[in-house]
Design a binder for this molecule. Sequence first.
Ligand SMILES: *[C@@H]1O[C@H](CO)[C@@H](O)[C@H](O)[C@H]1NC(C)=O
Ligand SMILES: *[C@@H]1O[C@H](CO)[C@@H](O)[C@H](O)[C@H]1NC(C)=O
Ligand SMILES: *[C@@H]1O[C@H](CO)[C@@H](O)[C@H](O)[C@H]1NC(C)=O
Length: 232
Amino acid sequence: MFGLKLVSILSAILGLSSLATSQKTVRINALGDSITGSPGCWRAILWQKLQAAGVKNTDFVGTLSGQGCGFSYDGENDGHGGFLATGIVRDNQLPGWLSQSKPDIVMLELGTNDVWSNIAPATIIAAFDTLVNQMRAQKSTMRVLVAQITPMNPSSCSDCGQRVIAFNAAIRAWAPNKSTAASPITVVDCWTGINTTSDTIDRVHPNSSGNTKLANCWYEPLKAAIALAGCP
Ligand SMILES: *[C@@H]1O[C@H](CO)[C@@H](O)[C@H](O)[C@H]1NC(C)=O
Ligand SMILES: *[C@@H]1O[C@H](CO)[C@@H](O)[C@H](O)[C@H]1NC(C)=O
Ligand SMILES: *[C@@H]1O[C@H](CO)[C@@H](O)[C@H](O)[C@H]1NC(C)=O
């Protein structure tokens, strides 16, 4: 009796402790353009922050390998320099990338090159809609984090600052409607607080302080998504 009880208490304790440590490995795909991929050192800082917080059940995946950021990190991604959301849809590229990388979470930051090319927000959002459908075709419970894109003010485009603001508003309007319980979409604010003068190298791409700010904007939403996706 006593022995059995002790065993059941022990196994309850062991069960609890194994629950606490039995989070599954979560596969994470950062999908974007050069801000994500070339070199995209905000992802290195983000990985480092997660590690420091004990969030180690991650596998960053993608068809591109990580570039050098001064320390080793898990850097696979799909940050394709120069790519447009509308171009990725036109060329039907995402299904092939996803079938190779098989993510549980997609961190989507696209639209910068579309906006720069003066493509209308509604057209870019229609591409996002297709991309999310393709993600759900790959995995019906895909968790999607979608960035409000970073501000830009390139010398070749005096309108771009305002165009980004309009596009981000369209993202905020679209995402909640497209979100489902099975495959939630979370909007991540990577616009607020980033200054195109002091946080970028060329008024578009982040410098080291911009990279820190990008790591910070993704950190809490990604950590929350990992905790949910990692549940046994
Ligand atoms: C919301 O989503 C549905 C399909 O899921 C679509 O038919 C509808 O047009 C969307 N509404 C808005 C305001 O985007
Ligand atoms: C951006 O940074 C520049 C240079 O540091 C500063 O002059 C400007 O006020 C900042 N803009 C905003 C919106 O904070
Ligand atoms: C870029 O980042 C560094 C370091 O965080 C900062 O001191 C600098 O002012 C930033 N801006 C430019 C244009 O390099």
